[in-house]
Structures are given as C-alpha cells and as structure tokens.
Design a protein around this ligand. Structure first.
Ligand code: FES
Length: 146
C-alpha cells in the first residue's frame, strides 16, 4: 500500500526538477557590507559574516583591530565607534561591556567593543571607526598604538 502511494504521488522526475528549482533560487545573503576606517585607511563594504562578531570579522578581513582577550570583554583593545544610525540599532551594551568601554582609549557616545557586536542584518551599511590608539586592560603596557 505504501509503495502504491509513492508510485502514484512521488515521481522522481518531479523531485529532481524541484531540487533544481530550489538550487536556482537566489541564496539568502550570509554577509552584510560594513565599512571600516582607521585614520586615513578605509576598507569599504567589507563582507562580514552574519552571526559572527565584528572583531572577528574585521580581523578575518585583514583589518588591524585589536583583540587581546580574544573576545572575552576584558581588554578594550577592540574598541570602535559605530555611526549613530547603526549604533541606535544595536542591542544595548551589557553592564560588563559598558564598564570596559569606560577604560577604553577616548570613549565616546557611540563607542562599543567590536567583540561584543553580533553581526546581524541591521548592521548592513554600517561605518565603523577604529581609534588609532587602544588601551589594553589585560597588559601591563596598557596604552598601545595599533
Ligand atoms: S577583544 Fe578584548 S574586549 Fe574585545
């Protein structure tokens, strides 16, 4: 009875043509473009992976952004300024991130720690400025030029 059902309702040709049709659909984007600037260096529309964090994605794309504590929110070397429009779309910083930003080099109202920013579609088109200096809270050298 089951074989009768499959033979009458499941035609292998239909299955294959459906698979071809699905694979020809445009894929959902897995990256969004973000522009980074550090001094007079600009990296325009860098493709950053959704679901990753902004520090990891900057580093993966060869951008010189600190990450001394490897994303554990303990050093502030990944301190960045996010443009106001996109800053407003980010989830609020945790208390721990806020505390660490207070120790960052020249914090401002749009300061964030890049390791704490999850890449979401809302980040598309963001502009992220990287300070020329950073303060490393897990190093005795403290203030570093990047
Ligand atoms: S990498 Fe250390 S706080 Fe972000």
């Amino acid at each position: 009875m089951l074989s009768t059902f499959f033979s009458s309702h499941l035609n292998i040709t239909n299955v294959l043509s459906s698979a071809v049709a699905i694979s020809s659909f445009p894929r959902f984007a897995s990256t969004v473009p973000v522009t980074f600037q550090k001094g007079d260096q600009v990296w325009k529309d860098v493709p950053v992976d959704l679901g990753s964090n902004l520090m990891r994605e900057a580093q993966r794309n060869g951008i010189n952004l600190g990450g001394a504590c490897e994303g554990s929110c303990a050093c502030s070397t990944c301190h960045v300024y996010v443009d106001q429009e996109h800053f407003d779309k980010l989830p609020e910083a945790s208390e721990r991130e806020d505390d660490m930003i207070d120790f960052a080099f020249e914090p401002d109202v749009t300061s964030r720690l890049a390791c704490q920013i999850e890449v979401t579609p809302e980040l598309s088109g963001a502009r992220v400025d990287i300070p020329l200096q950073t303060r490393n809270m897990v190093s005795e050298e403290d203030l570093l030029d990047l």
